[in-house]
Design a protein around this ligand. Structure first.
Ligand code: GLY
Length: 305
């Protein structure tokens, strides 16, 4: 039994391990762990308290993948629901689809009995506004909804703020089944409707019991363009070690145009329970906890620029 998470997943890792210790599945553990991160208002990159898009709306993306069956569920650009990971799980369980976006995802959440909630905290709103004030004149800020060339402003705000947050959870339960989950509020100040890698199976999330699992945090466009999470699992399938698979997936970023170069990190787990994490930035960490441990351990990621 093991849980591997991005470091901001620490708030949920004990709960996830408790699920596994109680005989729960990897899917139950991933959902339980991520829900606590989604409810943490201090985390400005996931769920409640996430930095909003350019218009001040919190838009959430999430996905979950079952390594037993390769079934997956995801939601994108979802507004007004605190736990996109649970809605993603319901998409996987209740629909013959993988990904629901925007109003359709919200309609489905209501149908499944999820409660609406305001997700924009005062702290996130202030951060959002301060950044916009640096990038644009008061006249534009006062009428963002009506701004005819919104795209120029999102680009200017982004120039000083590349990268991002997001939470990753990978779990392997007592039966050896693997699940991967990802949840995010995406890039702060993004163009409304921008969807990152987190809800895209193969980009930000992939799990296959036969080989392993991987998930990403950071600039989602990089993971979308190179299919990062699936690449890691494919490299494992091709016989590379976990460390070689992660390094190879990071190397794939070198071909990207400068517009899509930013910070990107990966957590990975193989079918035998070995774990590793990678980043193209120095000094980053991840956390893991096995069934024998009382506390999670925080380890450095392999730095692979
Ligand atoms: N990795 C999260 C995002 O780019 O939206």
């Amino acid at each position: 039994m093991i849980i591997v998470a991005s470091t901001n997943g620490k708030v949920g890792i004990w709960a996830a391990m408790e699920v596994l210790r109680g005989g729960g599945t990897a899917i139950d553990a991933v959902e339980a762990g991520i829900r606590l991160v989604e409810s943490n208002p201090e985390d400005t990159t996931v769920g409640l308290g996430g930095i909003p898009n350019l218009l001040g709306e919190v838009e959430l993306d999430a996905s979950i993948m079952d390594g037993r069956t390769l079934a997956a569920g995801a939601v994108a650009a979802l507004r007004g629901y605190e736990h996109p990971i649970s809605i993603a799980r319901k998409v996987m369980e209740e629909l013959p689809h993988v990904l629901l976006a925007g109003p359709g995802a919200e309609r489905f959440a209501a149908e499944m009995g999820f409660e609406r909630r305001e997700l924009l905290t005062e702290k996130a709103r202030q951060t959002w506004e301060e950044q916009l004030r640096k990038a644009m004149p008061e006249t534009v800020l006062a009428n963002l909804e009506g701004e005819p060339a919104l795209r120029q402003w999102v680009q200017r705000v982004r120039e000083s703020r590349r990268g991002g947050g997001t939470v990753n959870f990978l779990a392997q339960d007592a039966d050896g089944n693997i699940c991967a989950g990802v949840s995010t509020s995406g890039q702060g100040w993004k163009y409304p409707g921008r969807v990152g890698d987190s809800p895209l199976i193969g980009a930000g999330n992939y799990a296959d019991n036969r080989y392993g699992a991987a998930a990403c945090t950071g600039l989602g466009e990089m993971a979308i363009l190179t299919g990062t999470a699936h690449s890691v699992v494919l490299y494992l399938k091709m016989g590379l070690s976990l460390e070689e698979a992660g390094r190879q997936a990071m190397e794939d970023f070198h071909a990207l145009a400068d517009l899509y170069q930013g910070a990107l990190s990966i957590v990975a787990l193989d079918k035998d329970g070995h774990h590793a994490a990678f980043s193209n930035r120095e000094g980053t960490t991840y956390v893991y906890m096995t069934g024998e441990m009382d506390e999670p351990e925080e380890l450095p990621r392999v730095s692979a620029a």
